[in-house]
Every structure is written in structure tokens, then in C-alpha cells.
Ligand binder design. Structure first.
Ligand code: SF4
Length: 322
């Protein structure tokens, strides 16, 4: 079976049980994104490919750690040999930090508003990056919105200014103001991700009350002008109720605007805990559409230095998962 087919099945399952030798150093504990607050995750690599699993003692997929990071993945009667990846912070080779672990918004698929977490101080963030400095090649920052969009942006800008001292590529993904792309560019940020989340405006309105879909598109366009094609990304969740045709239209529109879509299989948590993850067949079908759209627009995922398109743990990424 090709890697893309295998990974589609693994992403459709989403979780795995970890057996064998102790593997604490390989477990990522995260407060980032819709799966925030879970019991941990593990990255399994096969050659240059990787996939991330939520840890689940009842998972049908087994990862057997044989020691020193060497591991076998057992999946539907197949055994894939590989290794576990040590996370930098949150994911391998990156310090990917959620600077504010709470949110005034209530996107229905996201756990962050329910975490009631706090904002990390700049000093804490600097210390976190310093602690991972020997195993990272880039830094990524994301955030909830603890007070107002403007106040959160100001805080993230301050954090980015502090982080410049490390001399590493920095990517930022926050809910933006109209000025966010210009302000991040002025600070030397190399890549940005502004998530449109849903394939259609109607689904976005249903899932993300209070957020502005049109503003996100304007900010994405400004970002492409500033950062260049292939340096701007947008998450779109697969499984919010969109049709394949609606998803294809969204993928095509993003790529024509110079934006690399990050197609994220729904992780059923928060208000969507009763939904199903998308099937492997659907993920494979959308992968083909995604691959074709990127090629037609001349967008290369291989150039990504930061965030999810660089990481590839949670998604099928044309050009990296081929
Ligand atoms: S793909 Fe994105 S969300 Fe998933 S582990 Fe990697 S950086 Fe985190």
C-alpha cells in the first residue's frame, strides 16, 4: 500500500495505543488547537513520512516501542517499521507554542475555550524555546483570544519581538486584525496561517460565531502580497458538513489566491464530540483534488519552514506525503 493510502487510514483512525518500552520522552502534551487538553500524542515516522496519533489505550492501531525510539506500527494485519519522533515543543523540530490557552470565542469544534488556561509570559516562552533549542529548526506561535483581538495581536507581536533573538524562522497563526499581516511582516515573521476553518461561509457562521469570514479572506490576500505565494496557509476542516464539491471549490479558491490549504480531518471534540472523523476514502479523494490544485497554482509545500505544512503530523500534505 502506498504511504498516502496508509496515512489516510491512520488519520481516519486518529488514535493509537502505545505498548512496549517506556516512551515518555516521545509523548507530546499540547494545549494547541482543537485537540487541546487530551492525554498526549505520539509522532510515528516511516522514512521521511510521519503521522501523529492521539494516545488512546483502546485504539485499534498499536505502536510498539522497542526501545531507543525504534517502533513497529501494527495496522490491519500490516506491520510498518519506523521510529518515534521526539517533539521539540508540541511537534518535532519546531517550538510550536500556544501563548494564550483560553479564548473568548466559542468555535464549536475547539477545546481551547473550555481549557480556561492562562497566558504565558514572554519570559516563560523564551525559557521554553531555550529548553528545546538543540532540537528545533523553527518557531511557531498560535493563540486563543483572551481579551480582544487587538489586545491579543499586540501581545503576540511583543512575543515575536522577543523570539527574534533565536535567529530561527518564525511562523504565526492567530485570529487577525486587518493590520496583522503588515505588523508581522515588519517584525521579520516568515510565514503566516490564518484559518478559514470551514469550506463555506454558511458553515463558518454556524461553527465560528462572532468571527469574520470575509476579513480572513482579505487578510489572506494581503498576506500573499507581503509574504509571497507558498508562505501563507489556511486550515480548512474536513467533516463540518461540507460536500466534496464545496471542499473542492474552497481548495481551488485558496490556491488561486496563492494560499496553501491545510486540510485538517475533524477531531470530534467539544460540541462536535458526537461527529465521526472523515473516512480514509474521503481523505484520499480530497488529497487528489488538493494535489491537483496546488500543482495548477504552482504552490510547493516542500518550501514550508514552519507550522503544519512543515510538520505534516495531522494531515495528508501533497508534495510531502507523496
Ligand atoms: S500538523 Fe500542525 S497541529 Fe498537527 S502536530 Fe503538526 S504542527 Fe501540530
Amino acid at each position: 500500500m502506498r504511504w498516502t493510502d496508509v496515512k489516510a487510514h491512520l488519520l481516519a483512525a486518529g488514535s493509537a495505543r502505545l505498548t512496549g518500552e517506556p516512551a515518555e520522552q516521545y509523548i507530546a502534551r499540547s494545549t494547541a488547537g482543537p485537540g487541546a487538553g487530551g492525554s498526549g500524542a505520539i509522532f510515528f515516522a516511516s522514512g521521511s513520512h510521519r503521522v501523529k496519533f492521539a494516545l488512546n489505550p483502546a485504539g485499534t492501531i498499536e505502536i510498539n516501542h522497542k526501545g531507543n525510539g525504534i517502533a513497529d506500527l501494527h495496522f490491519e494485519g500490516t506491520v510498518i517499521s519506523g521510529n518515534l519522533l521526539e517533539p521539540g515543543l508540541h511537534c518535532p523540530e519546531q517550538a510550536f507554542i500556544t501563548v494564550t490557552e483560553s479564548c473568548i470565542f466559542r468555535c464549536r469544534y475547539c477545546s481551547v475555550p473550555r481549557l480556561s488556561g492562562r497566558r504565558k509570559t514572554s519570559e516563560e516562552i523564551m525559557a521554553m524555546v531555550e529548553s528545546a533549542r538543540h532540537r528545533i529548526t523553527s518557531i511557531a506561535i498560535t493563540s486563543g483570544v483572551s481579551g480582544s483581538i487587538e489586545e491579543e495581536e499586540a501581545y503576540v507581536l511583543d512575543v515575536v519581538q522577543h523570539l527574534a533573538v533565536f535567529g530561527l524562522p518564525i511562523g504565526v497563526s492567530i485570529y487577525p486584525t486587518d493590520q496583522t499581516p503588515d505588523r508581522l511582516k515588519a517584525l521579520g515573521v516568515v510565514e503566516v496561517k490564518f484559518n478559514i476553518e470551514a469550506a463555506t461561509p454558511a458553515l463558518f457562521k454556524e461553527q465560528c460565531p462572532g468571527l469574520d469570514y470575509d476579513r480572513l479572506w482579505c487578510v489572506l490576500d494581503r498576506s500573499v502580497e507581503l509574504f509571497g505565494k507558498g508562505r501563507v496557509f489556511a486550515n480548512v476542516i474536513i467533516g463540518l458538513g461540507e460536500t466534496d464539491e464545496e471542499m473542492e471549490a474552497c481548495i481551488t479558491k485558496l490556491t488561486l489566491h496563492g494560499v496553501i490549504p491545510v486540510l485538517r480531518p475533524l477531531n470530534p471534540v467539544a460540541e462536535l464530540a458526537d461527529r465521526q472523523r472523515p473516512t480514509a476514502d474521503r481523505l484520499k479523494k480530497l488529497y487528489v483534488i488538493h494535489e491537483r490544485a496546488l500543482a495548477a497554482a504552482g504552490l510547493d509545500t516542500g518550501q514550508a519552514l514552519t507550522m503544519c505544512t512543515n510538520c505534516t503530523g495531522c494531515d495528508l500534505v501533497p508534495g510531502r506525503d507523496a
